[in-house]
Design a protein. Structure first.
Length: 146
């Protein structure tokens, strides 16, 4: 059964978004594309909002967002209650972000990753299983404190 993920990018992440949509490496992922639709200059908050709206409405189970550094998308995403967005540039950071920090949004810094590692990074994140115990307790602390 395929998992449905939103995918969104600004102009700096557009090429990698397009690559992921065509990639067969993570064939079990069904993408919900929220834009951008081309490489012309665009504003990342628009695409973060669209992806998070789909997540909040249970249209998707998670999201992958791409922008130049990843920072802008992460800031926008983490403004939404119940969203745990993490920036990852390699498989280990992506996997551990999901396992240890329960990320439900993966943010990729398009200016700092290569196309050859892109699909494996997404697959590593999506296949990771959030860990319980102290990791789950920390997420509860965040929810209660903020």
């Amino acid at each position: 059964m395929a998992i449905k993920l939103a995918i969104g990018a600004d102009h700096r992440g557009y090429a990698y978004k397009s690559f992921l949509l065509l990639s067969s490496e993570c064939s079990y992922i069904s993408w919900h594309d929220v834009g951008a639709d081309n490489a012309e200059r665009s504003d990342y908050p628009i695409f973060a909002q669209r992806a998070l709206d789909a997540l909040k409405r249970n249209i998707v189970e998670g999201a992958v967002l791409l922008c130049g550094t990843g920072t802008g998308m992460a800031i926008a995403a983490n403004r939404v209650s119940g969203v745990y967005a993490g920036v990852a540039w390699c498989e280990d950071v992506a996997r551990r972000g999901r396992e240890e920090d329960h990320t439900n949004v993966l943010v990729i810094p398009a200016d700092y990753v290569t196309e050859e590692h892109l699909s494996s990074l997404v697959c590593a994140w999506q296949q990771a299983i959030p860990q319980g115990d102290r990791y789950e307790q920390r997420m509860r602390m965040i929810d209660e404190m903020f």
